[in-house]
Design a protein around this ligand. Sequence first.
Ligand SMILES: Cc1cc2nc3c(=O)[nH]c(=O)nc-3n(C[C@H](O)[C@H](O)[C@H](O)COP(=O)(O)OP(=O)(O)OC[C@H]3O[C@@H](n4cnc5c(N)ncnc54)[C@H](O)[C@@H]3O)c2cc1C
Ligand code: SF4
Length: 541
Amino acid sequence: MELSSSHDRADVVIVGAGPAGAVAARRFVEDGFSVVCIEQGDWPDYSRSHVADEYLELSAGKEWNPQPTVRRSFSDYPIDTSRSDVEPLIWNGVGGSAVMYAGIWMRLMPSDFRVRSLDGVADDWPLSYEDLAPFYERIERDFGVSGYPGDPAFPDIDSYPMKAAPIGPHGRMMAEAHNRLGWHWWPGSNAIATEDYRNQGACVQRGACMWGCINKAKASPDVTHWPDLLTQGVRLITRAVAQEIETDAAGRATAVVYTGDDGVTRRQEADVVVVAANGLGTPRLLQLSTSTRFPNGLANGSGLVGKRLMMHPFATVVGVFDDKLDPWKGVWGQPVYSLEFYETVKERGFVRGAKWNVTPTGGPQAMTAAFPWGGSEIWGEGFHDTVRDRLGHSLAWGIVAEDLPEEHNRVELDHSTRDRAGLPGVRMTYRTSQNTKDLLAFNVERASESLREAGAKETIVAPMIRETGWHILGTATMGEDAASSVVDQWGRAHEVPNLIIVDGSTWPTSSGMNPTPTIAAFSLRAIEHAVTERRSQAVSS
Ligand SMILES: Cc1cc2nc3c(=O)[nH]c(=O)nc-3n(C[C@H](O)[C@H](O)[C@H](O)COP(=O)(O)OP(=O)(O)OC[C@H]3O[C@@H](n4cnc5c(N)ncnc54)[C@H](O)[C@@H]3O)c2cc1C
Ligand code: SF4
């Protein structure tokens, strides 16, 4: 390949400017390493998110759509989802998918790290909750999390940087219902500032978080990390597509080859390569990086790169009430969550469980949308009455189901499509397992019971919503054994000692939690280890 001019060699090159990449960059630069980050997208232009406009829901349909297969912006690569039960949701740009996230902030539970030991399925993680706990605490300060400590499910959390957002009438209604049922609930923890905090502004409770927060209240790394990192000397190259990781004869990573906005292909050499391109982008880049030594893709001796894709299948149950709830006021994150049905109970006939969070049902246009209503019939005669009934008078339980790793669920290169740099797109193959279907069916029943207890006059079930693939995990799994995993507990590729993967592709099991806190805490732990062990770090010659 003919390459044009390369930049100066760096200590570290990172691919991806989302939470995982931003956390890695911050930790390296704190210890004086020179860092270059290659990001295929641009800075988000919040002026185009229209979150303060009446036509927000219309403008969100295209440019700010979380679904890359609908959005098709210049930074999106093609994704064939014809063999998938779920559509992936990601944002490619500075801040990563967190530009679009709801900001729901949940640590994993201790049991999530020990699924094999407890339930006899999948694998244990090679690290424990206790190993990650100190990193969660630091990350919660960096991402400006608001919450209410004291949840008995997390006895070690004794403070959050900010007080929790108000739970609103809809949160209160569900909390009271759960008190009567004797079921767990807790005020929501969210990466949403409830007061001015570092680079973040205070949330104005406009409930439009998933379309970009113009108030900088939501903690996405374009707000919380990148402005500071740039002043600290990190070089962020935007609109640049990483196309390959190069290695030397000894199998060490030497450089990331990328195509810049000017169409020129360059090589960024570095001692250490960090990949933070998420559960789709990371296996894609590894699969693109073939060589004589790595004919099946980089670090793929186990054959597991791209396999064991997990997506957190998601169901909702909406309750329609006589009471006026105005659930669009407040945060779109979670006002309230419940872990009542999170852990395995053998008698239920399936393993693992789900986390629930109260979800607003949105404005007028959302009354017709798949999220959260599923395919519920609304058009035709009675349309206006139904909208009147639902709008401002409804709330949903969002049910995040734990997904088990299965090798047939996978991400592979799709050579029939090309991105703007001429690289193949990806094909997702993803089918939900019987365990997941049973798990969701059980939880949907219980959520309906909860809403009826709260006084819902009608409950509407969306048993699984296709357009909710916001958590993409497992495609470069971590473990102790190189034959059955791609990276070790520090994110280091077993076969390439100076390649560190820090995103959710490393997860051996999915938990039932929103993943960003754990992705960020894992990244911080991995990079702290790399920094501490710098003297024994193998690098290319
Ligand atoms: C609509 C929506 C709602 C969500 N809600 C929540 C929530 O409430 N709570 C929660 O915890 N999580 C939520 N998530 C998930 C959350 O956004 C992700 O867990 C998080 O962003 C993952 O961080 P990451 O850095 O690993 O990956 P990403 O944030 O996806 O960042 C990866 C970056 O890598 C870049 N990249 C990929 N390939 C290349 C390449 N070849 N060259 C250059 N750059 C590349 C991408 O452009 C992207 O910017 C949500 C996601 C979406 C889309
Ligand atoms: S509700 Fe708060 S966090 Fe959400 S978009 Fe509005 S200001 Fe931002």
